[in-house]
Design a protein around this ligand. Structure first.
Ligand code: PSU
Length: 305
């Protein structure tokens, strides 16, 4: 694909030489964190990827063009813009065709990564099955994307505002490998652990890379979800967070917040209710995922050389 897909020269030449590249999303910047921490975090995450030996590729749609790799000006403008669209699989082509501007979610960033030839993508936490989904049917398109698009996604699990058991069930049904790093239970975004046993466990970037390459060699559709626990020093234990999550959920319900607005609303409310602590943890876990993402991209690159 050419035309509306633009890669920076640095990313294009890295991909041509099979050097490690890590895709990064932009919804976390526009809808997941407040200004100016969103911009500072986006730049720190890019730097973390570089420090660990890979090229960062932040993805967004700017005036109809799908950009893979943003410069600081573009990043700063996006981070301060108001009313930016949140793009998933369904909205991405419509936004591009009509010259719009939007931030890419996990699903849309996976699509951009595949179109560009990027195999690894690091983020905070994927979307999933919302609590009360048995009434609302609100399930993130991120889950189906993981079953279709061959990109390894490094996240701290799914966000703990979700119904995590149902999220893991859906991923199991879709045949998506959910692989915990370094422990036998799945992480829960702001918290290192949860009650859910990990379906799979791998402890080394080299093994995650080998599993990724094996999927490709077998022609299997879909990617892998790498559930990387937040560092111990930065976590907020689930018991401390549950009141804030419950309060935010009740407010969302009573204010009739739905569809794409639910996750940004809950993240912003939990930020207020925890006095900003949830944001500190969110930033730490994204940096941690960027580090592992760079490591996995390096290992894939060395297998492909
Ligand atoms: N990780 C974060 N914060 C975020 C997101 C990920 O730490 O805000 C974004 C991702 O773009 C993900 C989206 O795709 O949240 C999920 O939104 P929804 O629940 O509406 O599918």
């Amino acid at each position: 694909m050419s035309g509306p897909l633009v890669l920076t020269d640095e990313i294009r030449s890295a991909l041509e030489s099979r050097a490690p590249v890590v895709a990064l999303e932009s919804t976390i910047i526009t809808h997941g964190m407040p200004w100016p921490q969103n911009f500072e975090t986006a730049r720190r995450v890019e730097q973390e990827v570089r420090t660990h030996g890979a090229v960062p590729a932040t993805v967004a749609v700017l005036e109809g063009t799908l950009h893979v790799g943003l410069n600081d000006r573009q990043l700063a403008d996006l981070a301060q813009a108001r009313g930016v669209a949140k793009l998933s699989r369904a909205d991405l082509p419509v936004c591009m065709a009509t010259g719009g501007t939007g931030a890419t979610t996990v699903a849309a960033t996976m699509i951009a990564a595949r179109l560009s030839g990027i195999e690894v993508f690091a983020t905070g936490g994927i979307g999933g099955v919302h609590r009360g989904a048995e009434r609302s049917f609100d399930i993130s398109a991120d889950l189906r994307e993981l079953s279709e698009t061959p990109v390894t996604v490094i996240a701290a699990g799914a966000k703990a505002i979700l119904d995590l058991p149902k999220t893991w069930e859906v991923l199991e049904t879709l045949g998506v490998p959910v692989i915990a790093v370094g422990q036998n239970v799945l992480p829960a975004f702001w918290s290192r652990t949860s009650d859910h046993a990990a379906p799979l466990r791998l402890d080394r970037a080299a093994d995650i890379a080998a599993a990724h390459v094996m999927r490709g060699a077998m022609g299997l559709q879909g990617g892998q979800l790498i559930a990387n626990p937040i560092p111990e020093a930065d976590e907020i234990p689930a018991s401390e967070l549950s009141t804030a999550i419950d309060t935010a959920l009740a407010e969302a319900e009573s204010q009739g917040i739905h569809a794409k607005d639910v996750t940004p609303f809950l993240l912003a409310r939990i930020f207020d209710l925890t006095g900003g602590r949830s944001l500190e943890a969110n930033i730490a876990l994204v940096l941690n995922n960027a580090r592992l993402g760079a490591g996995v991209a390096r290992e894939i690159s060395s297998i492909r050389q």
